[in-house]
Design a protein around this ligand. Structure first.
Ligand code: NDP
Length: 248
């Protein structure tokens, strides 16, 4: 039987853990050839072996999305080595929560470079080709934090707000040329994300919040991504907000 993404090529950023890793697996299971990018090469190699063992085509990419040239090279390699690019999942991100008063502004630069500029560089590298071929999906992983601002999340909120604004403007620009721009907005997902928080109080709060509920698994978000990219060409699911049932 043919699988829904047979013959398609997908590129997932931040595929070395969490949501990106689960999404790469789900896209490969649906039949896509997948390019997986991130900075931790050892994690990518292990994932590539796992995905490849089921017969799927996989390409590992050394990718720091804050480096525009690496973004361009990643897209070029997916096109030349896997034969095209139909689906781009902009998932790479960092969540360095903390108050604005007393913040280390290096956290802000990291979040804005990665979550916003990185996503924009990847989109810039991929979008012309999609418009030329008259089809394609860009799925941007935003967050509940892109819709609801909270004390202690200001700059993360700002980064995801930027993702939502950029996505909606781009959607209006390219949708009538056959390219779909989708947003997936997760609530709390059990991943490594909060382990990188530098403000100790904020890190503890975030981890306590996660322990107080049945969080989502990365696979729950991978299913949402798959839902967007397996619609018939005339159906564009623009936005999906997925919270844990236990999350207020
Ligand atoms: P993880 O920390 O498990 O994954 C983050 C991924 O991003 C890693 O693969 C990491 O790879 C990659 N990454 C970080 N910086 C860069 C960079 N400069 N270049 C390339 N890759 C990078 O967390 P999640 O899976 O939870 O996060 C994925 C996305 O989901 C993020 O955008 C996050 O904001 C979003 N999200 C997560 C939620 C949650 O509760 N977990 C809730 C809402 C949204 P490496 O370090 O190897 O480069």
């Amino acid at each position: 039987s043919t699988r829904p993404l047979q013959g398609k090529v997908a590129l997932v950023t931040g595929a070395s853990s969490g949501i990106g890793e689960a999404t790469a697996v789900a896209l490969a299971e649906a039949g896509a050839a997948v390019a997986i990018g991130a900075r931790r090469r050892d994690r990518l190699d292990a994932l590539a072996e796992w995905i490849g063992s089921s017969g799927a085509r996989v390409l590992t990419l050394d990718l720091d999305v804050t480096d525009e040239q690496q973004c361009r090279t990643a897209v070029e390699r997916a096109r030349s080595e896997l034969g095209g690019l139909d689906v781009l999942v902009n998932n790479a991100g960092v969540m360095l929560l903390g108050t604005i008063v007393g913040a280390d502004t290096e956290d802000w630069r990291r979040m804005l470079h990665t979550n916003v500029l990185g996503l924009m560089y990847m989109t810039s590298a991929a979008i012309d080709g999609m418009v030329e071929q008259g089809s394609g999906d860009v799925v941007n992983v935003s967050s509940v934090a892109g819709r609801t601002a909270r004390l202690g999340a200001g700059v993360y909120n700002a980064s995801k707000w930027a993702v939502n604004a950029f996505s909606e403007s781009l959607r209006q620009e390219v949708t009538q040329r056959g390219v779909r721009i989708g947003l997936v907005e997760p609530g709390a997902v059990a991943t490594e994300l909060s382990s990188h928080i530098t403000q100790a109080d904020a890190r503890q709060q975030s981890q306590q919040m996660a322990e107080s509920m049945r969080t989502l698994d990365p696979e729950d978000i991978a299913r949402a991504v798959l839902y967007l990219v397996t619609q018939p060409p005339h159906v564009a699911v623009n936005e999906v907000l997925v919270r844990p049932t236990d999350q207020q």
